[in-house]
Design a protein around this ligand. Structure first.
Ligand code: NAD
Length: 448
Protein backbone atom coordinates (compact mmCIF):
# COMPACT_ATOMS: atom_id res chain seq x y z
CA UNK A 1 0.00 0.00 0.00
CA UNK A 2 1.11 3.58 -0.42
CA UNK A 3 -0.46 5.29 2.60
CA UNK A 4 1.85 8.12 3.64
CA UNK A 5 1.71 10.97 6.10
CA UNK A 6 1.73 13.42 3.22
CA UNK A 7 1.71 13.43 -0.58
CA UNK A 8 3.42 15.26 -3.42
CA UNK A 9 1.22 16.20 -6.37
CA UNK A 10 2.06 17.49 -9.84
CA UNK A 11 -0.62 19.35 -11.75
CA UNK A 12 0.04 18.88 -15.47
CA UNK A 13 -1.51 21.68 -17.47
CA UNK A 14 -0.42 24.18 -14.82
CA UNK A 15 -1.56 27.04 -17.05
CA UNK A 16 -5.16 25.81 -17.11
CA UNK A 17 -7.86 28.14 -15.83
CA UNK A 18 -8.91 25.28 -13.55
CA UNK A 19 -5.50 25.02 -11.85
CA UNK A 20 -6.03 27.63 -9.08
CA UNK A 21 -9.37 26.07 -8.11
CA UNK A 22 -7.88 22.58 -8.01
CA UNK A 23 -4.79 23.64 -6.06
CA UNK A 24 -6.97 25.44 -3.49
CA UNK A 25 -9.24 22.42 -3.31
CA UNK A 26 -6.22 20.26 -2.43
CA UNK A 27 -5.41 22.61 0.46
CA UNK A 28 -9.00 22.59 1.65
CA UNK A 29 -9.13 18.78 1.70
CA UNK A 30 -5.85 18.57 3.63
CA UNK A 31 -7.38 16.75 6.61
CA UNK A 32 -8.28 13.67 4.62
CA UNK A 33 -5.65 13.98 1.90
CA UNK A 34 -2.53 15.72 3.23
CA UNK A 35 -0.59 17.32 0.38
CA UNK A 36 2.67 19.02 1.38
CA UNK A 37 4.15 19.53 -2.07
CA UNK A 38 2.53 20.87 -5.24
CA UNK A 39 4.28 21.32 -8.58
CA UNK A 40 2.70 22.95 -11.62
CA UNK A 41 3.92 21.64 -14.98
CA UNK A 42 3.07 22.99 -18.43
CA UNK A 43 4.81 23.22 -21.78
CA UNK A 44 3.80 26.87 -22.20
CA UNK A 45 6.03 28.74 -19.75
CA UNK A 46 4.48 32.14 -20.33
CA UNK A 47 0.89 31.02 -19.82
CA UNK A 48 1.69 28.91 -16.78
CA UNK A 49 3.70 31.70 -15.13
CA UNK A 50 0.67 33.95 -14.82
CA UNK A 51 -1.37 31.29 -13.05
CA UNK A 52 1.58 30.01 -11.00
CA UNK A 53 2.83 33.41 -9.78
CA UNK A 54 -0.66 34.31 -8.58
CA UNK A 55 -1.01 30.96 -6.82
CA UNK A 56 2.44 31.40 -5.28
CA UNK A 57 1.27 34.65 -3.70
CA UNK A 58 -1.91 32.99 -2.47
CA UNK A 59 0.03 30.08 -0.92
CA UNK A 60 2.53 32.40 0.81
CA UNK A 61 -0.41 34.16 2.44
CA UNK A 62 -2.58 31.14 3.18
CA UNK A 63 -0.41 28.02 3.30
CA UNK A 64 3.21 29.07 3.93
CA UNK A 65 4.17 25.50 4.86
CA UNK A 66 3.33 24.21 1.36
CA UNK A 67 6.33 23.33 -0.82
CA UNK A 68 5.20 24.94 -4.08
CA UNK A 69 7.02 25.26 -7.38
CA UNK A 70 6.32 25.49 -11.10
CA UNK A 71 8.38 24.42 -14.06
CA UNK A 72 8.45 23.40 -17.71
CA UNK A 73 11.28 20.94 -17.03
CA UNK A 74 9.94 17.35 -16.95
CA UNK A 75 12.61 16.00 -14.60
CA UNK A 76 11.93 18.73 -12.05
CA UNK A 77 8.18 18.34 -12.45
CA UNK A 78 7.94 14.58 -12.13
CA UNK A 79 10.65 13.58 -9.65
CA UNK A 80 9.61 12.47 -6.17
CA UNK A 81 5.85 12.70 -6.65
CA UNK A 82 2.93 10.46 -5.73
CA UNK A 83 0.19 11.71 -8.05
CA UNK A 84 -0.08 13.52 -11.35
CA UNK A 85 -3.38 15.31 -11.92
CA UNK A 86 -3.51 15.86 -15.66
CA UNK A 87 -5.71 18.44 -17.36
CA UNK A 88 -3.91 19.47 -20.50
CA UNK A 89 -5.41 20.91 -23.65
CA UNK A 90 -3.06 20.27 -26.55
CA UNK A 91 -3.46 23.20 -28.94
CA UNK A 92 -5.35 25.23 -26.33
CA UNK A 93 -8.55 27.14 -27.09
CA UNK A 94 -7.25 28.41 -30.42
CA UNK A 95 -7.35 24.86 -31.77
CA UNK A 96 -10.63 24.06 -30.03
CA UNK A 97 -12.18 26.95 -31.92
CA UNK A 98 -11.12 25.31 -35.20
CA UNK A 99 -12.36 21.89 -34.02
CA UNK A 100 -15.76 23.48 -33.59
CA UNK A 101 -15.87 25.79 -36.61
CA UNK A 102 -14.53 23.50 -39.35
CA UNK A 103 -17.23 20.80 -39.02
CA UNK A 104 -19.91 23.50 -38.66
CA UNK A 105 -18.78 24.96 -41.99
CA UNK A 106 -19.92 21.66 -43.54
CA UNK A 107 -23.16 21.54 -41.58
CA UNK A 108 -21.88 19.04 -38.99
CA UNK A 109 -21.67 19.09 -35.20
CA UNK A 110 -18.67 21.17 -34.07
CA UNK A 111 -17.93 20.20 -30.50
CA UNK A 112 -14.97 19.78 -28.14
CA UNK A 113 -15.11 16.01 -27.61
CA UNK A 114 -17.90 14.69 -29.86
CA UNK A 115 -17.86 14.12 -33.61
CA UNK A 116 -15.21 15.57 -35.91
CA UNK A 117 -14.01 18.13 -33.35
CA UNK A 118 -13.42 15.43 -30.75
CA UNK A 119 -11.59 13.31 -33.31
CA UNK A 120 -9.31 16.22 -34.20
CA UNK A 121 -8.69 16.95 -30.52
CA UNK A 122 -8.01 13.26 -29.89
CA UNK A 123 -5.35 13.22 -32.59
CA UNK A 124 -3.64 16.10 -30.73
CA UNK A 125 -4.12 14.81 -27.17
CA UNK A 126 -2.78 11.27 -27.53
CA UNK A 127 0.86 12.37 -27.85
CA UNK A 128 0.58 14.94 -25.06
CA UNK A 129 -0.91 12.57 -22.50
CA UNK A 130 1.45 9.68 -23.38
CA UNK A 131 4.42 12.07 -23.04
CA UNK A 132 3.38 13.06 -19.51
CA UNK A 133 2.73 9.42 -18.59
CA UNK A 134 6.23 8.51 -19.76
CA UNK A 135 7.80 11.36 -17.76
CA UNK A 136 5.95 10.22 -14.65
CA UNK A 137 7.06 6.61 -15.08
CA UNK A 138 10.65 7.64 -15.69
CA UNK A 139 11.00 9.94 -12.69
CA UNK A 140 8.39 8.54 -10.25
CA UNK A 141 7.64 4.94 -11.24
CA UNK A 142 5.28 4.33 -8.31
CA UNK A 143 3.10 7.36 -8.95
CA UNK A 144 -0.49 7.32 -10.25
CA UNK A 145 -1.73 9.58 -12.99
CA UNK A 146 -5.33 10.71 -12.65
CA UNK A 147 -6.24 11.92 -16.08
CA UNK A 148 -9.21 14.10 -16.89
CA UNK A 149 -7.75 15.61 -20.08
CA UNK A 150 -10.16 15.26 -22.97
CA UNK A 151 -11.22 13.66 -25.19
CA UNK A 152 -11.01 11.02 -22.48
CA UNK A 153 -12.50 8.19 -24.58
CA UNK A 154 -9.83 8.45 -27.27
CA UNK A 155 -7.04 9.17 -24.78
CA UNK A 156 -8.02 6.12 -22.72
CA UNK A 157 -8.10 3.86 -25.78
CA UNK A 158 -4.65 5.14 -26.81
CA UNK A 159 -3.28 4.38 -23.34
CA UNK A 160 -4.77 0.87 -23.46
CA UNK A 161 -3.08 0.22 -26.80
CA UNK A 162 0.24 1.99 -26.23
CA UNK A 163 0.83 1.81 -22.45
CA UNK A 164 -1.32 -1.10 -21.21
CA UNK A 165 0.53 -1.52 -17.91
CA UNK A 166 0.74 2.12 -16.90
CA UNK A 167 -0.69 3.47 -13.68
CA UNK A 168 -3.16 5.85 -15.26
CA UNK A 169 -6.82 6.19 -14.37
CA UNK A 170 -9.11 8.09 -16.68
CA UNK A 171 -12.08 9.76 -15.04
CA UNK A 172 -14.74 12.22 -16.16
CA UNK A 173 -16.69 14.75 -14.12
CA UNK A 174 -19.83 14.81 -16.28
CA UNK A 175 -21.59 11.79 -14.72
CA UNK A 176 -20.77 13.18 -11.27
CA UNK A 177 -22.31 16.49 -12.25
CA UNK A 178 -25.39 14.67 -13.57
CA UNK A 179 -25.68 12.69 -10.35
CA UNK A 180 -25.48 15.94 -8.39
CA UNK A 181 -28.47 17.12 -10.45
CA UNK A 182 -30.37 13.85 -9.90
CA UNK A 183 -29.72 14.12 -6.17
CA UNK A 184 -31.18 17.63 -6.15
CA UNK A 185 -34.22 16.37 -8.13
CA UNK A 186 -34.81 13.93 -5.28
CA UNK A 187 -34.29 16.46 -2.51
CA UNK A 188 -30.86 15.09 -1.61
CA UNK A 189 -27.60 17.03 -1.39
CA UNK A 190 -25.28 15.59 -4.01
CA UNK A 191 -23.90 12.49 -5.78
CA UNK A 192 -22.49 11.16 -2.53
CA UNK A 193 -26.07 10.37 -1.47
CA UNK A 194 -26.65 8.10 -4.49
CA UNK A 195 -25.83 4.51 -5.48
CA UNK A 196 -25.77 4.01 -9.23
CA UNK A 197 -25.35 1.60 -12.10
CA UNK A 198 -24.06 2.93 -15.43
CA UNK A 199 -22.54 1.66 -18.65
CA UNK A 200 -21.20 3.12 -21.87
CA UNK A 201 -18.17 4.86 -23.28
CA UNK A 202 -16.92 8.21 -22.04
CA UNK A 203 -19.37 11.03 -22.88
CA UNK A 204 -21.59 8.26 -24.21
CA UNK A 205 -23.41 6.28 -21.54
CA UNK A 206 -26.56 5.57 -19.56
CA UNK A 207 -27.56 5.32 -15.91
CA UNK A 208 -29.62 2.19 -15.35
CA UNK A 209 -30.21 2.29 -11.60
CA UNK A 210 -30.23 5.01 -8.96
CA UNK A 211 -30.82 4.29 -5.28
CA UNK A 212 -30.43 6.39 -2.19
CA UNK A 213 -28.14 5.23 0.59
CA UNK A 214 -31.04 3.40 2.27
CA UNK A 215 -31.58 1.38 -0.90
CA UNK A 216 -34.78 3.15 -2.03
CA UNK A 217 -35.28 3.20 -5.80
CA UNK A 218 -35.09 6.81 -7.03
CA UNK A 219 -35.57 6.02 -10.72
CA UNK A 220 -39.34 6.66 -10.84
CA UNK A 221 -38.85 10.19 -9.48
CA UNK A 222 -35.86 10.92 -11.73
CA UNK A 223 -37.65 9.57 -14.82
CA UNK A 224 -40.62 11.84 -14.16
CA UNK A 225 -38.29 14.83 -13.91
CA UNK A 226 -36.34 13.86 -17.05
CA UNK A 227 -39.53 13.44 -19.09
CA UNK A 228 -40.63 16.94 -18.10
CA UNK A 229 -37.45 19.02 -17.80
CA UNK A 230 -34.42 16.95 -18.73
CA UNK A 231 -31.68 17.88 -16.28
CA UNK A 232 -32.94 21.47 -15.90
CA UNK A 233 -34.14 22.65 -12.49
CA UNK A 234 -31.87 20.09 -10.94
CA UNK A 235 -28.96 22.48 -11.14
CA UNK A 236 -27.23 23.11 -7.87
CA UNK A 237 -25.65 26.55 -7.59
CA UNK A 238 -22.95 25.62 -5.13
CA UNK A 239 -19.57 27.31 -5.34
CA UNK A 240 -17.29 26.01 -8.05
CA UNK A 241 -20.16 24.94 -10.30
CA UNK A 242 -20.29 28.03 -12.47
CA UNK A 243 -18.42 26.21 -15.25
CA UNK A 244 -21.54 24.34 -16.31
CA UNK A 245 -24.15 27.10 -16.27
CA UNK A 246 -23.13 29.20 -19.28
CA UNK A 247 -25.81 29.58 -21.96
CA UNK A 248 -24.64 26.57 -24.00
CA UNK A 249 -24.94 24.29 -20.97
CA UNK A 250 -28.53 25.34 -20.29
CA UNK A 251 -29.29 24.15 -23.83
CA UNK A 252 -27.59 20.83 -23.14
CA UNK A 253 -29.37 20.13 -19.86
CA UNK A 254 -32.75 20.93 -21.39
CA UNK A 255 -32.20 18.82 -24.52
CA UNK A 256 -31.56 15.78 -22.31
CA UNK A 257 -35.38 15.53 -22.14
CA UNK A 258 -35.50 14.58 -25.84
CA UNK A 259 -32.55 12.22 -25.49
CA UNK A 260 -34.32 10.56 -22.56
CA UNK A 261 -37.45 10.12 -24.71
CA UNK A 262 -35.60 7.75 -27.07
CA UNK A 263 -35.11 5.23 -24.26
CA UNK A 264 -37.21 5.99 -21.17
CA UNK A 265 -35.76 2.96 -19.36
CA UNK A 266 -32.37 4.64 -18.83
CA UNK A 267 -31.08 8.11 -17.94
CA UNK A 268 -28.75 9.37 -20.67
CA UNK A 269 -25.47 11.25 -20.48
CA UNK A 270 -26.03 14.77 -21.84
CA UNK A 271 -23.39 14.28 -24.56
CA UNK A 272 -25.64 11.77 -26.36
CA UNK A 273 -27.52 14.73 -27.81
CA UNK A 274 -24.68 15.29 -30.30
CA UNK A 275 -25.16 11.80 -31.73
CA UNK A 276 -28.94 11.52 -31.54
CA UNK A 277 -29.94 15.09 -32.49
CA UNK A 278 -27.03 16.35 -34.63
CA UNK A 279 -29.43 18.34 -36.87
CA UNK A 280 -30.82 20.22 -33.85
CA UNK A 281 -27.31 20.84 -32.54
CA UNK A 282 -26.16 22.33 -35.85
CA UNK A 283 -29.31 24.47 -36.17
CA UNK A 284 -28.77 25.93 -32.72
CA UNK A 285 -25.00 26.46 -33.13
CA UNK A 286 -23.54 29.77 -34.18
CA UNK A 287 -20.76 28.91 -36.65
CA UNK A 288 -19.11 32.26 -35.94
CA UNK A 289 -19.25 32.11 -32.16
CA UNK A 290 -18.83 28.71 -30.54
CA UNK A 291 -18.21 27.40 -27.03
CA UNK A 292 -14.46 28.09 -27.45
CA UNK A 293 -15.28 31.78 -27.99
CA UNK A 294 -17.58 31.71 -24.98
CA UNK A 295 -14.75 30.35 -22.80
CA UNK A 296 -12.04 32.62 -24.24
CA UNK A 297 -14.23 35.70 -23.70
CA UNK A 298 -15.55 34.51 -20.35
CA UNK A 299 -13.70 32.11 -18.12
CA UNK A 300 -10.24 32.57 -19.63
CA UNK A 301 -10.35 36.38 -19.45
CA UNK A 302 -11.80 36.27 -15.95
CA UNK A 303 -9.23 33.85 -14.49
CA UNK A 304 -6.18 35.35 -16.19
CA UNK A 305 -7.42 38.84 -15.30
CA UNK A 306 -7.71 37.84 -11.65
CA UNK A 307 -4.23 36.27 -11.71
CA UNK A 308 -2.65 39.37 -13.25
CA UNK A 309 -4.32 41.52 -10.60
CA UNK A 310 -2.89 39.36 -7.81
CA UNK A 311 0.59 39.62 -9.32
CA UNK A 312 0.35 43.42 -9.74
CA UNK A 313 -1.01 44.06 -6.29
CA UNK A 314 1.22 41.48 -4.61
CA UNK A 315 -1.68 40.03 -2.61
CA UNK A 316 -4.35 37.42 -3.28
CA UNK A 317 -6.72 39.01 -0.81
CA UNK A 318 -10.04 39.80 -2.45
CA UNK A 319 -8.97 38.14 -5.69
CA UNK A 320 -11.87 35.73 -5.52
CA UNK A 321 -9.71 32.60 -5.60
CA UNK A 322 -11.86 29.71 -4.45
CA UNK A 323 -11.46 25.99 -4.01
CA UNK A 324 -13.19 24.11 -6.84
CA UNK A 325 -15.79 22.20 -4.79
CA UNK A 326 -16.82 20.40 -7.91
CA UNK A 327 -13.34 18.83 -8.26
CA UNK A 328 -13.28 17.07 -4.89
CA UNK A 329 -13.92 13.81 -6.77
CA UNK A 330 -10.23 13.93 -7.70
CA UNK A 331 -9.28 13.87 -4.03
CA UNK A 332 -11.80 11.09 -3.42
CA UNK A 333 -10.05 9.04 -6.11
CA UNK A 334 -6.53 9.85 -4.90
CA UNK A 335 -7.61 8.93 -1.35
CA UNK A 336 -9.03 5.63 -2.56
CA UNK A 337 -5.70 4.74 -4.18
CA UNK A 338 -3.54 6.03 -1.35
CA UNK A 339 -5.60 4.98 1.64
CA UNK A 340 -7.34 1.88 0.21
CA UNK A 341 -10.85 3.20 0.89
CA UNK A 342 -12.61 0.77 -1.47
CA UNK A 343 -14.92 3.55 -2.62
CA UNK A 344 -16.98 3.31 -5.82
CA UNK A 345 -16.10 5.43 -8.89
CA UNK A 346 -17.23 5.61 -12.47
CA UNK A 347 -14.00 5.00 -14.42
CA UNK A 348 -12.99 4.52 -18.04
CA UNK A 349 -11.47 1.01 -18.08
CA UNK A 350 -10.95 -1.99 -20.42
CA UNK A 351 -14.28 -3.80 -20.76
CA UNK A 352 -13.13 -7.40 -20.35
CA UNK A 353 -16.68 -8.61 -19.83
CA UNK A 354 -18.03 -5.80 -17.63
CA UNK A 355 -20.58 -5.26 -20.43
CA UNK A 356 -20.93 -8.88 -21.45
CA UNK A 357 -22.34 -8.51 -24.97
CA UNK A 358 -19.82 -5.88 -26.06
CA UNK A 359 -16.24 -5.76 -27.39
CA UNK A 360 -13.85 -7.02 -24.69
CA UNK A 361 -11.21 -4.52 -25.72
CA UNK A 362 -13.46 -1.45 -25.58
CA UNK A 363 -12.62 1.22 -23.00
CA UNK A 364 -15.95 1.37 -21.20
CA UNK A 365 -17.20 3.70 -18.48
CA UNK A 366 -18.50 1.52 -15.64
CA UNK A 367 -18.56 1.64 -11.83
CA UNK A 368 -15.40 0.32 -10.17
CA UNK A 369 -14.22 -0.31 -6.63
CA UNK A 370 -10.94 1.50 -6.04
CA UNK A 371 -8.25 0.62 -3.51
CA UNK A 372 -4.48 0.70 -3.17
CA UNK A 373 -4.07 -2.01 -5.79
CA UNK A 374 -6.06 -0.15 -8.39
CA UNK A 375 -9.63 -0.82 -9.52
CA UNK A 376 -12.00 -3.74 -9.88
CA UNK A 377 -14.90 -3.43 -12.29
CA UNK A 378 -18.51 -4.04 -11.36
CA UNK A 379 -20.23 -6.09 -14.09
CA UNK A 380 -23.17 -4.35 -15.74
CA UNK A 381 -24.42 -7.38 -17.69
CA UNK A 382 -25.89 -7.18 -21.19
CA UNK A 383 -26.90 -3.93 -22.83
CA UNK A 384 -30.14 -3.70 -24.88
CA UNK A 385 -30.07 -3.54 -28.69
CA UNK A 386 -30.40 0.27 -28.89
CA UNK A 387 -27.37 0.88 -26.70
CA UNK A 388 -25.45 -2.00 -28.30
CA UNK A 389 -25.91 -0.52 -31.76
CA UNK A 390 -24.84 2.92 -30.62
CA UNK A 391 -21.86 1.61 -28.67
CA UNK A 392 -20.57 -0.55 -31.55
CA UNK A 393 -20.64 2.44 -33.88
CA UNK A 394 -18.94 4.87 -31.51
CA UNK A 395 -16.30 2.47 -30.17
CA UNK A 396 -15.28 1.78 -33.76
CA UNK A 397 -14.88 5.51 -34.37
CA UNK A 398 -12.62 5.80 -31.32
CA UNK A 399 -10.56 2.70 -32.17
CA UNK A 400 -10.07 3.86 -35.75
CA UNK A 401 -8.79 7.24 -34.52
CA UNK A 402 -6.19 5.57 -32.32
CA UNK A 403 -5.19 3.22 -35.14
CA UNK A 404 -4.91 6.20 -37.49
CA UNK A 405 -2.63 7.96 -34.99
CA UNK A 406 -0.43 4.88 -34.43
CA UNK A 407 -0.16 3.93 -38.10
CA UNK A 408 -0.25 7.45 -39.57
CA UNK A 409 -3.21 6.31 -41.66
CA UNK A 410 -5.32 8.79 -43.62
CA UNK A 411 -7.61 5.95 -44.63
CA UNK A 412 -8.48 4.99 -41.06
CA UNK A 413 -9.13 8.55 -40.00
CA UNK A 414 -11.42 9.01 -42.97
CA UNK A 415 -13.26 5.83 -41.93
CA UNK A 416 -13.53 7.12 -38.35
CA UNK A 417 -15.12 10.37 -39.51
CA UNK A 418 -17.41 8.58 -41.96
CA UNK A 419 -18.61 6.25 -39.20
CA UNK A 420 -19.38 9.06 -36.76
CA UNK A 421 -23.13 9.53 -36.30
CA UNK A 422 -22.52 13.27 -36.56
CA UNK A 423 -21.35 13.16 -40.21
CA UNK A 424 -23.75 12.32 -43.07
CA UNK A 425 -21.43 10.88 -45.74
CA UNK A 426 -17.95 9.84 -46.72
CA UNK A 427 -17.80 12.91 -48.97
CA UNK A 428 -18.42 15.35 -46.15
CA UNK A 429 -16.08 13.35 -43.91
CA UNK A 430 -13.28 13.80 -46.46
CA UNK A 431 -13.89 17.54 -46.79
CA UNK A 432 -13.74 18.00 -43.03
CA UNK A 433 -10.69 15.74 -42.73
CA UNK A 434 -8.73 17.63 -45.36
CA UNK A 435 -9.45 20.95 -43.63
CA UNK A 436 -8.50 19.52 -40.25
CA UNK A 437 -5.21 18.13 -41.56
CA UNK A 438 -4.31 21.55 -42.88
CA UNK A 439 -4.70 23.32 -39.52
CA UNK A 440 -3.34 20.49 -37.33
CA UNK A 441 0.07 20.18 -39.05
CA UNK A 442 1.94 21.12 -35.87
CA UNK A 443 0.07 18.57 -33.75
CA UNK A 444 -0.93 15.45 -35.72
CA UNK A 445 1.37 12.74 -36.98
CA UNK A 446 1.76 12.89 -40.74
CA UNK A 447 -1.00 10.86 -42.42
CA UNK A 448 -0.37 8.76 -45.51
P1 NAD B 1 -6.66 25.30 -20.73
O1 NAD B 1 -6.36 25.54 -22.17
O2 NAD B 1 -7.13 26.42 -19.89
O3 NAD B 1 -5.36 24.69 -20.05
C1 NAD B 1 -4.69 23.61 -20.54
C2 NAD B 1 -3.19 23.79 -20.34
O4 NAD B 1 -2.54 22.63 -20.85
C3 NAD B 1 -2.57 24.99 -21.07
O5 NAD B 1 -1.92 25.83 -20.15
C4 NAD B 1 -1.60 24.36 -22.05
O6 NAD B 1 -0.44 25.12 -22.26
C5 NAD B 1 -1.29 23.04 -21.38
N1 NAD B 1 -0.75 22.02 -22.27
C6 NAD B 1 -1.11 21.74 -23.53
N2 NAD B 1 -0.37 20.73 -24.01
C7 NAD B 1 0.47 20.35 -23.03
C8 NAD B 1 1.48 19.34 -22.92
N3 NAD B 1 1.74 18.52 -23.94
N4 NAD B 1 2.17 19.25 -21.76
C9 NAD B 1 1.90 20.07 -20.74
N5 NAD B 1 0.95 21.03 -20.77
C10 NAD B 1 0.25 21.17 -21.91
O7 NAD B 1 -7.71 24.09 -20.73
P2 NAD B 1 -8.86 23.71 -19.70
O8 NAD B 1 -10.11 24.30 -20.18
O9 NAD B 1 -8.44 23.92 -18.33
O10 NAD B 1 -8.96 22.16 -19.97
C11 NAD B 1 -7.90 21.26 -19.76
C12 NAD B 1 -8.33 19.84 -20.01
O11 NAD B 1 -9.09 19.34 -18.92
C13 NAD B 1 -9.19 19.70 -21.23
O12 NAD B 1 -8.84 18.51 -21.88
C14 NAD B 1 -10.57 19.63 -20.66
O13 NAD B 1 -11.47 19.04 -21.53
C15 NAD B 1 -10.31 18.82 -19.43
N6 NAD B 1 -11.37 18.85 -18.42
C16 NAD B 1 -11.30 19.66 -17.37
C17 NAD B 1 -12.26 19.61 -16.39
C18 NAD B 1 -12.15 20.42 -15.20
O14 NAD B 1 -13.12 20.52 -14.44
N7 NAD B 1 -11.01 20.97 -14.92
C19 NAD B 1 -13.33 18.79 -16.51
C20 NAD B 1 -13.39 17.98 -17.60
C21 NAD B 1 -12.40 18.02 -18.51
Amino acid sequence: TMAKSSYAVTIAGGGSTFTPGIALMLLKEHDRFPVDKVVFYDNDAERQEIVAKACEIYFKENAPELDFSYTTDPEEAFTGIDFVLAHIRVGKYAMRELDEKIPLKYGCVGQETCGAGGIAYGMRSIGGVIEILDYMEKYSPDAWMLNYSNPAAIVAEACRVLRPDSKIINICDMPIDLMDKMAVMCGLKDHRDLQYSYYGLNHYGWFTKIFDKQGNDLMPQIKKHMAKNGYLDGISHEEGQEQHIDESWIHTFGKAKDVYAIDPETIPNTYLKYYTYPDYVVETSNPNYTRANEVMDGREKRVFGACRKVIESGTAEGAGFEADAHATYIVDLACALAENTGERFLLIVPNDGAVSNFDETAMVEVPCIVGSNGYEKICQGKVPQWQKGMLEQQVSVEKLVVQAWVEGSYQKLWQALTLSATIPSAKVAKQILDDLIEVNKDYWPELK
